[in-house]
Design a protein around this ligand. Structure first.
Ligand code: ATP
Length: 237
């Protein structure tokens, strides 16, 4: 089966500053893929390039069509949802209003109310807090809200940037458990960027390692976890 997303020779830069130097990677039709790498390696930049948020070149083939260079709005409509670093919730709106914002790009308005309930099914805490302003939610609840808002798009691929950032270990464990189930049951492939390599490798099926804008390793999550150099540099054992 061909992958859902196949990226080849991806370059990206901020002005004259070149950050990505020809990345090749793929995301399967389902399951969890993770991009690992140290601070500043280019993980966030990779996700931004996939969403058309920064200048890039190369091929980004999604469901057989090259979407490189297309506007973000079009990429979203094709079914790629981005859960950015820092969550990006609208702090002055209620939790439920945030979820409804996630459905703005959809044309099937009739199914939206049912999908809000589906998100509440995944994250019952959001239902309890549906009328609360997003800015007053806890960090974990805001991350759930950001994921819920992305799900409202009914995406085929969800890009998650550091979902564990700033959260207590217990909350992260709960969140990652839900993420795996969401991926499986909603049929969404997940591409997760994480600095917390140990955590990401527990969740992922496949992993890639980026160093200073170059892909230096790829394999099954188990292969990457067992690699001596990865252990020493990223896992600390
Ligand atoms: P982190 O986990 O710290 O976010 P990362 O792997 O996601 O790391 P990126 O955020 O993609 O790394 O950053 C890659 C490089 O691009 C870094 O050298 C960073 O300083 C630079 N960079 C990131 N954003 C910008 C920007 N808006 N303008 C200029 N340079 C940037």
């Amino acid at each position: 089966m061909s992958p859902l997303l196949q990226v080849s020779d991806l370059h990206a830069s901020y002005g004259d500053f070149r950050v990505l130097h020809g990345l090749d990677f793929a995301v399967g039709q389902g399951g969890v893929t993770t991009l690992l790498g140290a601070n500043g390696a280019g993980k966030t930049t990779t996700l931004r390039a996939l969403c058309g948020m920064i200048r890039h070149s190369g091929r980004i083939v999604f469901e057989g069509a090259d979407i490189a260079g297309r506007p973000t709005e079009e990429i979203v409509r094709l079914g790629i949802a981005h859960v950015p670093e820092g969550r990006g919730t609208f702090t002055g709106l209620t939790a439920e209003e945030n979820l409804l914002c996630g459905a703005m790009a959809r044309s099937d308005r009739g199914a939206i109310a049912a999908d809000v309930e589906r998100v509440y099914g995944w994250f019952p805490r959001l239902k309890e807090r549906r009328r609360q302003q997003a800015g007053t939610l806890s960090g974990g609840e805001q991350q759930m809200l950001a994921i819920g808002r992305a799900l409202m798009l009914r995406p085929k691929l969800m890009l998650l940037d550091e979902p564990s950032f700033g959260l207590a270990p217990l909350i992260v464990a709960e969140l990652f458990e839900i993420l795996r189930k969401v991926g499986e049951e909603e049929g969404v492939a997940l591409l997760i960027v994480e600095q917390n390599a140990a955590l990401a490798l527990e969740l992922a099926d496949r992993a890639y390692l980026i160093e200073t804008g170059c892909m230096v390793m790829s394999g099954s999550a188990a292969e990457i976890r067992d690699d001596e150099s990865v252990r020493a540099a990223y896992l600390g054992y």
